[in-house]
Design a protein around this ligand. Structure first.
Ligand SMILES: [Zn+2]
Length: 172
């Protein structure tokens, strides 16, 4: 591992520790050339399965892509990036426990929905509307009803869309 300060490759590991739910090892290193310290991270990514898309194409697991789709679903919602990182951790753990060499994007989407709905109901609905191709209000209503009856932690009253526009507009 090359020192980020002087570029030398000779360094010594000072300390190793498990982090992030034991899916990451952080190593504190000291450069033997300039004496400065830096951290490297080793993740379990290599053990994650390939993702089989709807059209049967296989893609390597990508945490970056996962985070991008989570960020899109949570755009303009009060969800901190850190919560999305933890959500991605949980999804990777769940996928590892699944134990297969491949996972369908459909299965992955269901897991994302399951986790995301517990973090932010509106973000979950937004993700579901794309993933499940919602066609109307009934689909959203069914989604929120399932969320309320499911074991997901209650996210508070969702801002349910009103069916006929603003009340009181009609007589104008
Ligand atoms: Zn150095």
């Amino acid at each position: 591992m090359r020192c980020p300060f002087c570029g030398d490759t000779d360094n010594r590991v000072m300390d190793s520790r498990l982090a992030r739910d034991e899916t990451e090892i952080r190593r504190r290193r000291e450069c033997q050339e300039c004496g400065r310290r830096f951290t490297t991270r080793e993740r379990l990514e290599a053990m994650l399965p390939k993702v089989v898309k709807r059209d049967e194409r296989r893609e390597e697991w990508s945490r970056a892509k996962l985070l991008t789709s989570l960020e899109k679903a949570c755009a303009k919602r009060p969800v901190p990036i850190d919560a999305l990182e933890r959500l991605a951790d949980r999804l990777e753990k769940r996928t590892q426990e699944f134990g297969e060499t491949e996972v369908s994007s459909r299965q992955l989407g269901e897991w994302i929905l399951d986790e995301l709905g517990g973090v932010d109901a509106m973000a979950g609905a937004r993700f579901a509307s794309v993933f499940r191709r919602f066609e109307g209000l009934a689909d959203y209503r069914a989604f929120f009803e399932a969320l309320e009856t499911g074991d997901a932690p209650s996210p508070g009253a969702p801002e349910a869309p009103e069916p006929g526009g603003e009340p009181g507009d009609r007589d104008a």
